[in-house]
Design a protein around this ligand. Structure first.
Ligand SMILES: Nc1ncnc2c1ncn2[C@@H]1O[C@H](COP(=O)(O)OP(=O)(O)O)[C@@H](O)[C@H]1O
Ligand SMILES: Cc1ncc(COP(=O)(O)O)c(N)n1
Length: 269
């Protein structure tokens, strides 16, 4: 059945001037999944497909003002958080999460390496936000930073997911986009007390920019549509794989470019 009004998903994160990741990727993903996207900008990142040049942080009052404007008005059904430039910015989101105002919260604990002054403080603030998340989606490096040990192997990823669940979120996916295990793209999932892996064919592709953003945004969008969490995870895994595949011939920028979440280059069957 077609919904009359699309479900609203709120993305809280950074603007990526290249358009490949961050809020821009989230909005494309929401559109591709049939959800309406609202945004809270936490930072403006000057970057292209080669490197990030500069990060302009939004102040906590600016973040709080955007949160208030959206949450006072729109029927937000799911929320995704991405990049933050400071721990104080996360504090504003945490206050709303504690007040129960952020339904179906998906936390992608983005920890950028370039242009960020206080990575450790951001990681600690994200740890405080995680108990309010329904789903968390760290990649291996982010899981390592959150837990303080090196998440290397698939067994480590499963252990990391289990440890992060004990810190609060009900579901944790440790993504392994950069892990080469045979021909598989492997993610470790801790879901409803059970450990499992999600696996899909690994695509040899140079364009993988925004894969993590698309994955977590698709989860939030499907949750907004009313999917059970495991169904939303399965959907997102399929979508990101297809998007990487369909963008494999794209030449947008001279570094790793964006992925085809909208299916513009999908084969016509
Ligand atoms: N080359 C690839 N082929 C297939 N799936 C991939 C590939 N790279 C990443 N993925 C998938 O994309 C999702 C995002 O993972 P990842 O790339 O680890 O996130 P991030 O961008 O945060 O580092 C995961 O489901 C991962 O398995
Ligand atoms: C502004 C900004 N920059 C980078 C990322 C990480 O992107 P990904 O991990 O999905 O490639 C992000 N979520 N937001």
């Amino acid at each position: 059945m077609t919904e009359v009004t699309p479900p609203v998903v709120l993305s809280i994160g950074g603007s990526d001037s290249s358009g490949g990741s961050g809020l821009q990727a989230d909005l494309r993903t929401f559109a591709a999944v049939g959800a309406y996207g609202a945004t809270v900008v936490t930072a403006v990142v000057a970057k292209n497909t080669r490197a990030a040049a500069d990060v302009l942080e939004m102040t906590p009052p600016v973040i709080a003002g955007q949160l208030k404007a959206v949450l006072d008005d729109l029927p937000v059904a799911a929320v995704k958080t991405g990049m933050f430039a400071s721990a104080d910015g996360i504090g504003e989101v945490l206050a709303r999460a504690k007040a129960g105002a952020l339904p179906n919260l998906v936390v992608d604990p983005v920890l950028l390496n370039e242009g960020i002054k206080s990575r450790r403080q951001i990681a600690m603030a994200l740890e405080r936000l995680l108990p309010y998340a329904l789903v968390a989606t760290p990649n291996r490096e982010e899981a390592s930073a959150l837990l303080g040990w090196q998440v290397a192997t698939p067994a480590d990823m499963a252990q990391a997911a289990r440890e992060l669940v004990s810190g609060g979120p009900q579901y944790v996916v440790v993504t392994g986009g950069d892990l080469v295990v045979g021909t598989e793209a492997l993610d470790a999932v801790w879901a409803a007390g059970e450990e499992r892996y999600m696996s899909a064919p690994r695509i040899t592709a140079r364009n993988v920019l925004g894969s993590g953003a698309v994955f977590s945004a698709a989860i939030a969008a499907r949750l907004a549509h009313g999917d059970a969490v495991v169904d939303a995870l399965t959907y997102a895994k399929g979508l990101v794989g297809r998007a990487i595949q369909d963008a494999s011939d794209w030449r947008l920028g001279s570094g790793p470019g964006p992925i085809d979440v909208c299916g513009w280059s999908a084969p016509v069957i």
